[in-house]
Every structure is written in structure tokens, then in C-alpha cells.
Design a protein around this ligand. Sequence first.
Ligand code: ADP
Length: 273
Amino acid sequence: MSQASVVNDVYQQPLAPIGESTRNPTRFACRVRDLQKTYVLKGETVRALRGVSFDVPEGDYVAIMGPSGSGKSTLLNLLGCLDTPSAGSLFLGDDDVAKMSDDQLAEIRSKRIGFVFQAYNLIQQLTVVENIQVPLFYQGKLGSSELKRCEELAMMVGLKGRLGHRPAQLSGGQQQRVAIARSLVNDPFFILADEPTGNLDSRTTEEILQLFKRLNDEGRTIILVTHEDEVSKRAKRVIRLKDGLLQSDVQNSYESRIAAAEHAIANLPPEIE
Ligand code: ADP
């Protein structure tokens, strides 16, 4: 595949409808206010988040960065409703997650957040389309219209012709595409991605970043944690944490994002035939 075709590859698939809810840039995918998380371990108190505030408007694309121990995973767990804050508030849409019961958290987690992990977390025995269906399976929603939507999502992320493949028959990049399609099946508030390119080579990283860009251009909100500058430069905005506090919150200009993409593409290693 030539370098140009790497860039164009993800643009060749037909676009699937974005979902029922209309994206609105004046609405917020999430609002974080003075968010705090304290862990107590063997009598020792660790203030992992010490009061973090920011808003993520629908359609934003945020990279969260920071040194090890700065609170990134803690923030990701809170945004993903996998844990609850010690203080402060976290609004997803109009609901304050901090005030929700465990059942409500589980529901919002399965229905309104699209998780993408470094290790893909696919089910090996299931096909591409079946993996994308998994979040719907847990909700008992598996009619023919849902199956069609999963097939459309698979095609949208560039997996046409591989709908019946199992994860072991796919490359790492293709597996991550399945995970991204799965994350979209519920029309989530946002895609929450934890080091999504951490396992991928630079060429495949580029393909996934192109896919994220296209999804974001269509209006989908993306929040990802990364330690790679090359990945964060492609986001619209970079939030840096340090010692549990928000150190900086900076917009990347459109021009700088384009320049970062061009630089990455120009520096791709030659493809092995
Ligand atoms: P990062 O993802 O940026 O490396 P973390 O959010 O994992 O940072 O950790 C922030 C701080 O909270 C660290 O000091 C870490 O040791 C501590 N921490 C994280 N999770 C726990 C936990 N479950 N119990 C106790 N301390 C924790």
C-alpha cells in the first residue's frame, strides 16, 4: 500500500449515519468540576486527583497527557464511570455521575460510553460483526436492524470483506478498528480511548489516527489518554495533568494538526512488500 493510499484508505468506505442524537457544539459531552479522587491504601492516603475542572463540548477531540502517577488512569476511570469521585462533580450530558448508584453507573457505562483499549479487548471466539454486537447483546437488542448497523459500522471502519473473520485472523490495526466500531454501536457520549495506538506500529497508528479524525469530523467526541506527542498533536486539544492537578489545557490549531499529520505521513517507514 502506498503512503497516499494509507491516507485515503479510511476515506473510501461509505459513512454510516451518526445515530439518533443530533450533535450540538453548544452541548457538553461531559463537564468536570473540581473532580477529586483519594485512595486509601494500607492507612496511607493518596490524592490521585486534587480538583480538576474542564468541559468537553460535543464534537471535541481531547488528548490527556501527563507523567506516570499524574492521575490519567484515575481520570479515565471516572470519565468511564468505572469508579466514582471522592468529591466534585462529573456531568455526562445532564446527569451528575457522582450522584449515581452502581446500577445507574453500569447502565451509563454500557449504553453511553464507547471504550477503546490498548489491547483491543475483543472476544477471540466471535467474528468481527459479533464483536461489534457485544454491547447490544448485553442489552438484549439483537434484531435485524441492529445487525445491519453493526455490519455498516464494520464497513465504515474499513473492514469490508472481513465481517466473518475472527480477531486472530486480523492485524493489530484491523482489531483496533473492530474495537472502534464496537465503541460506536451505542451512539456514545464520547469514545474513551486508553493508549489506543500503544500496541501499533507507526503505519497502523497513522491509519487509526486517520480514522479518529474522520469520526471526529463527523461530529463524534473523542477523549484519549496517550503518552505519545505524535498522537496528542492530532487532537484538537491537549489537557496535561501533573500531581493530580490540571497543568495546562491547550488547543491545537487546525494548521498545526494538518502539519503534524503531514509530518507523520512523510516519515512513515517504507512498507515491507
Ligand atoms: P497515571 O495514570 O497518570 O500513571 P494514576 O491515576 O494511575 O496515574 O495514579 C495516580 C496516583 O494514584 C498514583 O500515585 C498512584 O499510585 C495512585 N493510585 C492509583 N490507583 C490507586 C489505587 N487503586 N489505590 C491506591 N493508589 C492508587
